[in-house]
Write a protein that binds this ligand. Structure first.
Ligand SMILES: [Zn+2]
Length: 363
């Protein structure tokens, strides 16, 4: 049984490939963070190696060990785990913790030279493949050009544009899309017994990303981390510039230790400012952060439309600058400096009709 929710046409495609013995040597799973790329990839790894007739069964020893990360033929790498604060200087020297390193790819290449130990297929899974160093990308390309038999590469990426074109073209692309919130809400209620109101909130806040909703359900710290990131955003617009630059310094230290945590913060800030744009243009029913509607209304009333729109753009360029390895401290300084200052009194302005139209089209 596939653990993946939704993605029916992809599962059908995989099942057909397995039935016809037409397995591609490399798949590229593309979709937003926490959408379920890893679950789908592991489901495919199970389907390739499962011992039952109806594959993947999810229950045999092979399936269980693959899901638990204990199967000798499934090798996975991801960004290095976050280091301790003492590591920051070391990290600063080689910045490995924000990139998949060449050494990690070499380990997988070494594994690829050996036949499967006990399964039918050896699976080499690269999470955050769009965060490979340029050298690691070139290294993986060599293996994709001359794939050994019985090897399946699975690359997981949020943004395929960050990968080498030559790597993308050698992979079969698999789009992993968020679920419609109503479908996720139903699933949370029926399969996990979540009360309706909480299920609706989780489905909305997760933006249909099953992995996020389920981890928030299992672990209270996920929702607490989101709340803390939103609270810090609410405070930032009221801070003095001196206090903002303190936030920039702390963010930079964290980024060099655990880039994913900071990227997640930026992601939440982006949904917040997009929500402000929606509130400002009279589309409050479409906001993601429904549980903060009062705060959104309060802030939207004290910010100008142009200010909000410009800052949404600034958040996008911040993400691009980090991808391009612009010095992170400069990127964060520029970001906190640009956050609009909130007015003491509500801002009176009318919204031009073309903006209303644009905003509803982007939903
Ligand atoms: Zn099985």
């Amino acid at each position: 049984m596939w653990r993946t929710l939704g993605q029916e046409s992809t599962i059908e495609r995989f099942s057909r490939s397995i039935r016809d013995n037409a397995i591609h040597h490399a798949y590229l799973f593309v979709g937003p963070e926490h959408v379920g790329k890893r679950t789908l990839a592991l489901d495919l790894a199970c389907a390739l190696n499962c011992d039952a007739s109806n594959r993947p069964c999810g229950e045999c020893g092979t399936c269980r060990r693959i899901v638990e990360g204990k199967h000798p033929d499934v090798h996975a790498i991801t960004l290095d785990a976050a280091g301790t604060p003492e590591d920051v200087e070391v990290v600063e020297q080689d910045r490995r913790r924000t990139r998949i390193s060449t050494e990690q790819i070499e380990d997988l290449q070494h594994a690829s030279t050996l036949p499967p130990f006990e399964g039918r297929w050896k699976v080499l899974l690269v999470e955050n493949a769009d965060r490979m160093s340029a050298e690691a990308g070139n290294r993986i390309l060599k293996t994709l050009e001359e794939p050994p038999p019985h090897i399946v590469w699975m690359l997981l990426a949020e943004d395929e544009n960050r990968l080498l074109d030559t790597v993308v073209s050698r992979c079969q692309r698999v789009d992993v899309k968020p679920l419609p919130p109503a479908q996720l809400e139903r699933h949370l209620m029926t399969a996990h017994g979540v009360p309706e109101e909480r299920a609706r909130l989780l489905a909305r806040v997760s933006r249909g990303r099953t992995g996020w909703a389920l981890s928030a359900l299992a672990d209270d710290s996920v929702a607490a981390a989101r709340a803390s990131r939103i609270e810090s955003m609410i405070q930032l617009v009221q801070m003095t510039y001196t206090a903002r630059f303190d936030v920039s310094r702390e963010t930079d230290v964290l980024y060099r230790r655990d880039s994913r945590a900071v990227l997640e913060t930026l992601d939440i800030w982006t949904t917040w400012w997009r929500d402000l744009l929606l509130v400002k243009t009279g589309c409050a029913e479409s906001v993601v952060n429904v549980d903060y509607l009062n705060d959104l209304n309060e802030q939207a009333g004290r910010l100008g439309l142009e200010q909000i729109r410009d800052f949404v753009g600034k958040l996008n360029t911040t993400r691009q600058d980090l991808d391009l390895n612009v010095v992170s401290r400069l990127v964060f300084d520029s970001l906190v400096y640009t956050i609009p200052r909130i007015a003491k009194f509500p801002v009176q302005e009318s919204v031009p009709p073309d903006v209303l139209q644009e905003t509803s089209e982007t939903q």
